[in-house]
Design a protein around this ligand. Structure first.
Ligand code: OGA
Ligand code: MN
Length: 283
């Protein structure tokens, strides 16, 4: 197994591993790299859904996503991240990740990590970016660190409650009802969380799912969130990935945010399978 860094910010490429057949020792080595690099890229993989699921389970039990209409019909652990249509309807989540976020941060127990596998990629657009939220935290001023110490933020899946980001076109008709029906009750998580494996602190807020702060005035809460988001989303914390068919990327949702950069022409298909590893209550 060979490990090469992907950027100054975060991420590593792992070579010499066939994900269709990973033994316990290799899985342990991968986990070590995962904790060190936060995002791991495996290229040229040829894996079945069963193999994708079984590799993912090395890191914990898997989630079944709340977007039930976007799951693979034979494997509920697989979420379709795709702009493919069948009978005029998207087969999966077409707008997945179009604002910076950490997967499932709107749940009482958010996801530990996700594994996204590229089956079809568009010729144009469709890149994904990841942010290093350890660095985002570490580079805050001492004052800001003190200010957020012990603070909790409110997270929600419901996009219609979010004033920071818009609602995409295809979700405007009937979208409100859909989000209201799907969204679990709002949850509160620390603004800065401690990674249970590395012990490091990471900023844990996002423009997609974080709506407010538990205590204090609403204006102050929004100003603080704006300030933290602007700080965290600096280019120096970002790795941008240009996908190839056969890429599998696994990322740590506890210390990174990610973003779908979009820009895919309407006549081009991008089709991916995602598994989502269950996590613990953030502290
Ligand atoms: C996801 C996600 C971004 C992308 O699958 O969780 O946010 O670029 N995807 O597809
Ligand atoms: Mn995502």
């Amino acid at each position: 197994m060979e490990v090469t860094r992907l950027s100054d910010a975060l991420g590593a490429k792992i070579s010499g591993v066939d994900l269709s057949n990973v033994d316990a020792g290799t899985a342990e080595e991968i986990k070590e790299s995962f904790h060190k690099h936060q995002v791991l890229l495996f290229r040229n993989q040829d894996i079945s859904m069963e193999q994708h699921i079984s590799f993912s389970k090395n890191f914990g039990p898997l989630e079944v996503h709340i977007s039930k209409d976007s799951l693979h019909e034979d494997h509920e652990e697989i979420l379709l991240v795709s702009n493919m249509k069948k009978d005029g309807e998207y087969v999966g989540v077409e707008n997945a990740g179009d604002a910076w976020h950490s997967d499932l941060s709107y749940m009482p127990k958010p996801s530990l990590g996700s594994l996204l596998y590229a089956l079809e990629v568009s010729e144009i657009g469709g890149d994904t970016e990841w942010l290093n939220m350890y660095d985002a935290y570490d580079t805050l001023s001492t004052n800001t660190k003190k200010r957020i110490d012990g603070l909790k933020a409110r997270h929600s899946f419901n996009r219609f409650k979010n004033k920071r980001i818009g609602v995409p076109k295809q979700r405007q008709n009937g979208g409100k009802e859909r989000y209201e029906k799907l969204s679990p009750p709002d949850v509160f998580h620390p603004v800065a969380r401690t990674h249970p494996e590395t012990g490091r602190k990471a900023l844990y807020i996002s423009p997609r799912f974080t709506l407010g702060i538990l205590d204090g005035s609403e204006d102050e809460a929004q100003d603080l969130l704006d300030e933290l988001i602007e700080h965290a989303t600096q280019r120096k914390f970002v790795y941008r990935h240009v996908w190839e068919v056969g890429d599998l990327i696994m990322w740590d949702n506890r210390c990174t945010l990610h973003l779908a950069c979009r820009g895919i022409p309407e006549d081009q298909i991008r089709h991916m399978h995602r598994t989502t590893i269950s996590g613990d209550v953030p502290f």
